[in-house]
Design a protein around this ligand. Structure first.
Ligand SMILES: [Zn+2]
Length: 293
């Protein structure tokens, strides 16, 4: 009995030792290779990927932003000490990996609170920020953020996707689907408009996709500067081709009811997405558009 007990405790010690080695190895592997293929591991937080840039003679906020594929607003928000248009040569500034802002979450707030305030899904915020249990200092992807009153700080899309007043039939986010009778995540906004209404490019950009795709029906995707994308679904007709450059307000198609619309009233399903390490992430288009509710 006693011998087997001794052996048992040796086993336990050996197990603890191996566990400690594994933890140490695991943490160093994670630090060196943040994007490992282990799906169970959380990706390194975006805030850990911030680079530094030393300003040299002749550079402007815009030129630095362009160099890193960011919007000037993002640099200004990350570096409140830089003055536009004159910026201090020789000074180091912070360069985030994608457009967005760093915020300090109010004490006691949850990821769902931040989703409500910033229109970015809680699970995505959680993952982009290294899976912290409670948000503290976090990165919010996007371009124009002012919690609760986004319109005040509006630097969103230059135009509107419809010539008619923008009336929301179904908002972005978790919704009770009137047709499918279940709770579904609505990745865009349904803007009511009669069938045949012109659909317009919401900003200057490059058409990268025109096709018929499942529930989306006739569907157009336009890429814009600043890693932003708009998507237009259920169209009756399309008036653009892939690789075509479009200007804000240009007609790209007409409102229709192709695919599987989420509500029965005719509408344009409109999405705004941002490129992140996790792919193109849908945001609340209401943040990017001035909308009458
Ligand atoms: Zn929809």
């Amino acid at each position: 009995m006693k011998r087997s007990g001794m052996r048992g405790s040796v086993k336990v010690f050996r197990f603890i030792f191996i566990a400690i080695v594994l933890v140490l190895e695991g943490s160093s592997a994670l630090a060196q290779v943040p994007n490992n293929n282990d799906m169970s591991a959380c990706p390194a937080p975006l805030l850990s990927k911030i680079k530094r840039h030393r300003i040299i003679e002749g550079e402007t906020v815009s030129s630095i932003a362009e160099q890193y594929g960011l919007l000037p607003e993002t640099l200004v928000k990350f570096n409140p000490n830089i003055k536009v248009p004159k910026i201090p040569v020789g000074q180091e500034i912070f360069i985030p990996p994608i457009n967005g802002v760093k915020i300090e979450a109010p004490p006691g707030s949850t990821w769902l609170d931040l989703e409500g305030a910033y229109g970015v899904r809680a699970d995505i915020l959680f993952e982009l920020n290294g899976c912290q249990k409670r948000p503290k200092v976090v990165f919010i992807p996007g371009t124009s953020w002012a919690a609760k009153t986004p319109q005040k700080d509006y630097t969103g899309l230059a135009g509107y996707p419809l010539p008619t007043p923008l009336t929301v039939g179904l908002s972005y986010g978790w919704q009770n689907s009137p047709i499918q009778k279940e709770r579904l995540f609505h990745s865009g906004i349904d803007l009511l408009a009669p069938v045949g209404t012109d659909v317009l490019a919401a900003d200057d950009g490059l058409v990268i996709y025109v096709d018929r795709e499942g529930a989306y029906g006739n569907y157009i995707i336009i890429n814009h500067r600043g890693n932003r994308q708009t998507r237009y679904a259920h169209l009756a007709s399309v008036a653009v081709k892939v690789n075509q450059r479009v200007k804000t307000g240009e007609i790209i198609g007409t409102v229709g009811q192709t695919g599987q619309p989420d509500i029965s009233a005719p509408h344009l399903h409109f999405e705004v997405r941002f490129k992140t390490n996790q792919g193109w992430v849908a945001q609340d288009p209401a943040i990017h558009l001035k909308i009458k509710r």
